[in-house]
Unconditional design. Structure first.
Length: 129
């Protein structure tokens, strides 16, 4: 059973995704980047799934450049953790390339179907880190 860290500030969406993924995985939820980094250190998840535009603990949603820093921080803290970004910014090729260059393993355009979401997670967890 893989451990997944889900970073999503939309409570309803986080619940839906947690319920879906919890059938086969241990899922940890974080609603902001500060919480996520703490859980990352404590649990060393196999996969981090994150939207880019999540607030910090003060409720401030960072500029896109700062949000990309979350991907870099996850990658620098654990090189074996797979990273899936799902965000509307993945639509833009320049941001998609930047996200992947910073160390994300995949980038899905939000909104994404649950089927595509689950299939992507399965593929990421099945691949070598």
């Amino acid at each position: 059973m893989a451990t997944i860290l889900l970073i999503e500030n939309d409570h309803i969406l986080q619940q839906v995704l947690k319920e879906t993924l919890s059938k086969e995985h241990q899922v940890l939820g974080a609603k902001n980047s500060d919480e996520a980094l703490k859980l990352l250190e404590e649990h060393k998840p196999d996969l981090v799934v994150t939207d880019l535009l999540v607030p910090n603990s003060n409720g401030v949603i960072p500029a896109l450049g700062d949000a990309l820093g979350l991907v870099s921080q996850v990658r620098s803290r654990n090189s074996r953790t797979r990273i899936l970004v799902y965000s509307s910014v993945c639509y833009e090729p320049i941001y998609r390339r930047k996200i992947l260059t910073l160390g994300a393993n995949d980038c899905l355009i939000k909104p994404v179907s649950l089927d595509t979401f689950e299939r992507t997670i399965f593929n990421l967890l099945s691949s070598s880190p």
